[in-house]
Design a protein around this ligand. Structure first.
Ligand SMILES: [Fe+2]
Ligand SMILES: [Fe+2]
Length: 289
């Protein structure tokens, strides 16, 4: 079984440069400061790159996008992201995703639910979990025994602020993760924990203080004790592959798949319940001109 793991496509408004800041609201207006600094230009083609990634996923049995589908977290961006994915967006058998912190920027100081609204297949209530009893954690069982089990843990807090982009593994999520990893259908497969916030930086130290994932140490300990072969994440826009240690499973951070500077992804191969091969992909060679 082959899985494409990519992250942080950050689809943005086509006309963000001329959009009224007042209409965007104060937090999104603040977030445009980051776009003007250079980020916006690097993601101008994110929408078409996401379309290319959907095509690349056809070379794999399943594709995983570990969050941050949008740039400013608007409903319109979420619609564009879904449209760019085409048929893949509604194909539960071939696609898994979850919200990132950019997808949860509040509006008028209230949480938004654009991800849940536009990607209902990726929610427990919408049938996005093959084992419903582990909510808020989702479980996807891919292939027969000997395939992969994705245990999907939401790390993006309900109201994520621009720039200060920390995440959290809540206590109920941690307990559900532990129980899900012990389920016989999960143990019969290669267990991969899927989340948005990478628990580590490229150098292998905890990500602190700006992007900090609260409860990281317990999260990694539970994942390791439960037999997870890797944690698949994004959020940090750098690609890295950290080996397992007695305290944590392997950590794969896919980097950002649509960043014009260095678009990256991973191709994972699963053989007999083991993650047998992890191949980094330089997407510059794979995207259409
Ligand atoms: Fe990101
Ligand atoms: Fe993020």
């Amino acid at each position: 079984m082959r899985i494409l793991h990519f992250s942080d496509p950050h689809v943005q408004l086509r006309d963000w440069r001329t959009r009224s800041l007042r209409a965007l609201g104060p937090l999104r207006a603040l977030a445009t400061a980051e776009l003007w600094r250079s980020r916006g230009a690097r993601y101008d083609r994110a929408e078409e790159r996401l379309h290319d990634l959907a095509a690349l996923s056809l070379e794999h049995d399943h594709a995983i996008c570990t969050g941050d589908l949008t740039q400013l977290g608007t409903r319109e961006e979420m619609q564009l992201a879904r449209a760019a994915l085409g048929a893949l967006a509604s194909d539960r058998e071939r696609f898994t995703t979850l919200a990132g912190n950019h997808d949860r920027i509040p509006l008028a100081l209230k949480p938004v639910h654009y991800f849940e609204e536009l990607f209902p297949e990726q929610t427990v209530d919408g049938g996005g979990s093959d084992l419903g009893e582990f909510a808020p954690v989702r479980v996807r069982l891919l292939g027969p025994h000997g395939g992969a089990a994705l245990v999907i843990v939401d790390s993006a807090i309900a109201m994520s602020w621009p720039i200060l982009s920390r995440g959290e593994i809540t206590r109920p999520a941690l307990e559900a993760l532990s129980r899900a990893l012990a389920h016989p259908e999960v143990r019969a497969r290669c267990a991969l924990v899927v989340t948005h916030h990478s628990p580590m930086r490229a150098h292998g130290r905890l990500d602190w203080p700006v992007h900090y994932l609260q409860n990281t140490t317990n999260f990694l300990r539970v994942a390791r004790a439960g037999g997870a072969q890797a944690v698949l994440a994004g959020h940090v826009h750098e690609q890295f592959d950290l080996p397992e240690t007695p305290e944590r499973p392997r950590v794969l951070c896919a980097g950002s798949a649509t960043d014009a500077k260095r678009p990256t992804a991973y191709s994972l191969e699963i053989l007999g319940r083991r993650l047998s091969n992890v191949q980094p992909i330089d997407l510059r060679a794979r995207f259409h001109a």
